[in-house]
Design a protein around this ligand. Structure first.
Ligand SMILES: [Zn+2]
Length: 454
């Protein structure tokens, strides 16, 4: 007994002296060093060679030539590649995939036939596919079932699975009917418009809808400006902007008529979605006011579009660029068909590959690679309102970056073959192969209390 007490005393003494605790593993912040053969700054359109990027944990610590490599750091040699910030799709719908069968491309039926839970899993898969193609940020703006978009953002943020930084809008807010034309019985007896749209007609309803979306995790607010002849007035849109600002959200307006575009511009909206209804005069005003355009510029491919529609899309994008509208790369991607295959290999194209294929439209509009790169990075971060936290490869920001073989400043198609992806300082893809194991956790490793971070 006496011996035991002595041993316990010796043990406690050792603990207090630190001799035992020194053997306990104390987690240290991992340091990763990237050696970049070329490093592009899309803000200035310049390239620096042989750069070293030091990453501590999730954030960039230092960037420069000839930096000393800290001992114990993991070194990733990308000296044969071009490193650049991650890409942004500024308007997409990861939790919606309408098809030729069975819904005949009619997305109204997708709402009825596919559950929110199924669509949330589709969104998670699409997020992984997009990250694999270099998209580290996605604005996901509605038609996402019952808040599948905000749930996906929360799941990625907590560390359950890999995916881009999601800027979700929650359901689109609109005046009666949203973008749908439901039957009286489906509308009145089954509330069919929700959750794809929230009906908000009066100022009180508008305020409530905006607040509820923010309560449930929206980081941006999406409205239908003119989906119906009784769409939102300038004052309605101003009210949305004012209320959204209280929760730190900017507003994007779906616009499909020239009149609606003018009301959105007059109200001082942050982003106008879809370029089809915009005139050169709208472009001029948007440039003057600094209103972002998510043009959703669909290319003409074997699986989508028509030549006539493509010609118009290209002409509108070209005019917007000439007038210096703040352009973003955006797709409105929310569909699938069985022609979506690589013509050479016959293999299915991923959601990421289908997304980056929208470069075709930008090339057809003869927009210089430097400006396309600016749109798909810098303006994307600004439209997503995250540029102070992530995007540019600068000290203090989250370590998100990609690497490609060629130089996208001279050949934008280099972006189609992303070899390396890092998100929050963790390697998601290397040597062209996904290796995302570290992103999958059996529990929440960040924001464990479930509260939204701002
Ligand atoms: Zn859309």
């Amino acid at each position: 007994m006496r011996t035991l007490l002595v041993m316990i005393w010796l043990f406690l003494a050792a603990v207090s002296a630190g001799t035992v605790s020194a053997r306990v593993q104390i987690p240290t912040t991992p340091v990763t060093v990237i050696k970049a053969g070329r490093l592009i700054d899309p803000e200035t359109g310049t390239t620096a060679t042989n750069q070293v990027i030091i990453i501590e944990g999730e954030k960039i610590k230092e960037v420069g030539a000839n930096l000393a490599i800290p001992s114990g750091a993991t070194v990733i040699d990308l000296s044969r590649l071009t490193v650049l910030p991650g890409l942004v799709d500024a308007h997409t719908h990861m939790a919606l995939t309408y098809k030729e069968q069975p819904e005949n491309n009619y997305y109204y039926l997708t709402y009825v036939m596919e559950s929110s839970t199924l669509r949330a899993i589709q969104a998670a898969s699409n997020g992984i596919q997009l990250l694999n193609s270099g998209f580290t940020v996605v604005r996901d703006v509605g038609n996402n079932a019952m808040y599948a978009d905000t749930s996906l953002r929360q799941a990625i943020e907590q560390g359950w699975l890999p995916g881009p930084t999601v800027i979700p809008s929650g359901p689109i807010i609109g005046s009666t009917g949203g973008q749908l034309w439901p039957t009286p019985e489906m509308y009145k007896q089954h509330n069919i418009v929700f959750p794809e749209y929230i009906d908000a007609d009066t100022p009180d309803e508008i305020v409530k809808a905006v607040r509820q979306n923010m309560l449930f995790g929206a980081r941006t607010i999406k409205i239908c400006v003119d989906c119906k002849p009784w769409g939102y007035s300038v004052d309605d849109i101003k009210l949305v902007i004012k209320e959204a600002a209280k929760g730190g959200c900017k507003v994007e307006g779906h616009v499909q008529t020239p009149e609606g575009a003018q009301r959105a511009i007059d109200a001082g909206i942050y982003i106008i979605a879809h370029g089809n209804a915009l005139t050169p005069e709208h472009h001029r005003q948007m440039a003057e006011k600094g209103i972002f355009l998510t043009g959703t510029d669909t290319p003409f491919t074997k699986y989508r579009g028509s030549e006539a529609a493509f010609r118009q899309t290209v002409a509108k994008l070209r005019d917007a660029w000439e007038k210096k509208v703040p352009l973003t790369f955006s797709t409105d991607f929310d569909y699938w068909n069985d022609r979506m295959k690589n013509e050479k290999t016959g293999e299915w194209l991923s959601r990421g590959e289908l997304t980056i294929a929208f470069l075709d439209t930008w090339k057809a509009a003869n927009i210089p690679p430097r400006d396309i790169l600016y749109a798909i990075t810098i303006n994307g971060y600004k439209a997503a309102d995250i540029i102070k936290d992530r995007g540019p490869i600068k000290p203090g920001l989250f370590a998100d970056m990609i690497a490609v073989s060629g130089n996208p400043l001279t050949d934008i198609d280099a972006l189609r073959d992303v070899q390396f992806v890092m998100k929050n300082g963790m390697v998601f893809k290397k040597d062209g192969v996904m290796s995302p194991e570290k992103f999958f956790h059996p529990g929440p490793v960040r924001t464990p209390n479930g509260r939204w971070t701002r």
